[in-house]
Design a protein around this ligand. Structure first.
Ligand SMILES: NC(=O)c1ccc[n+]([C@@H]2O[C@H](COP(=O)([O-])OP(=O)(O)OC[C@H]3O[C@@H](n4cnc5c(N)ncnc54)[C@H](OP(=O)(O)O)[C@@H]3O)[C@@H](O)[C@H]2O)c1
Length: 242
């Protein structure tokens, strides 16, 4: 099977890195389903890609809502009968995202509800998508799952502040490890990626990396050959410490 026949779903793709991932996977000829929790924003993003000549599909998806993820499963099963690539890109920082606001993001100034919401979206949202959609990959024993994590989740380099973001993405890395262990022996690969510090809504204007630089490693993991890695954590296409 060629890239051209593969079906890819990107979560949280109405802007930022998710939108760029859709653009580049569609440019490679993949059948891309752009998803967003807000239908107007998502359809606007799809229109932008279609104007550039790219054939991109759309489905609404709020990763926090089980019925929304189930509806995406039904759409994929009915319209495509398969899923080959899932990028769990949807995510948010619920503490102040300004890197200078160390006080605002301190664990001592963070409500438990903020941490709970971070885990709901950044961990459970991705896990819910995996649990619901992996059966579509198992039907033809092919899958490339990329969980968009962050170096802020690395236990070996753990710093202070942003406890909800760090915990939820560290738990996302556990999702990567558990799934890859349970899928061992299959051709479904699950990896985590750190995109670096990227100029998006989340990263802010002062971040050093462009969106194109930020999506490089994700796109490599989304299109891995059969002999490629699984159960790893990567930045700049190189393994990094958990
Ligand atoms: N930028 C960085 O420096 C950086 C570094 C490390 C990791 N990351 C990770 O990279 C991923 C992409 O972020 P980005 O930098 O491109 O930021 P972004 O522009 O803020 O994009 C985040 C996307 O996630 C969506 N989203 C949030 N909650 C959602 C939900 N419940 N259901 C569906 N979609 C949801 C947002 O939708 P709305 O427009 O509706 O809010 C938006 O489309 C995130 O997982 C982030 O944690 C970013």
């Amino acid at each position: 099977m060629t890239d051209q026949q593969r079906v890819a779903v990107i979560t949280g793709a109405n802007r930022g890195m998710g939108l760029e991932m859709c653009r580049q996977l569609a440019e490679r000829g993949m059948t891309v389903v752009l998803t967003s929790r807000d239908a107007d924003k998502g359809e606007g993003a799809v229109a932008e890609l279609r104007e550039a000549g790219l054939a991109v599909g759309y489905h609404q998806l709020d990763v926090d809502v089980p019925a929304s993820v189930a509806a995406l499963y039904d759409f994929l099963a009915d319209q495509h009968g398969r899923l080959d690539v899932l990028v769990n890109n949807a995510g948010a920082m619920f503490e102040p995202s300004d890197p200078a606001d160390k006080d605002g993001a301190s664990i001592f100034n963070t409500e438990l509800d903020v941490i709970r919401q971070s885990i709901e979206t950044n961990t459970f949202g991705a896990l819910r998508c995996c649990m619901t959609l992996i059966p579509l990959m198992q039907k033809h024993d092919y899958g490339r799952i990329v969980n968009v994590s962050t170096g802020m989740a690395s236990l070996i380099n753990m710093g202070g502040g942003w406890p909800g973001y760090r915990m939820s993405k560290a738990a996302l890395n556990v999702v990567t490890r558990v799934l890859s262990a349970e899928l061992k022996g299959s051709n479904i690969k699950v990896n985590s990626v750190c995109p670096g510090f990227v100029r998006t809504h989340l990263g802010g204007e002062g971040a050093p990396r462009s969106i194109e630089e930020g999506v490089d490693t994700t796109l490599w993991l989304a299109t891995l050959r059969d002999e490629g890695p699984t159960g790893g954590f990567f930045r700049d296409c190189k393994a990094i410490d958990w």
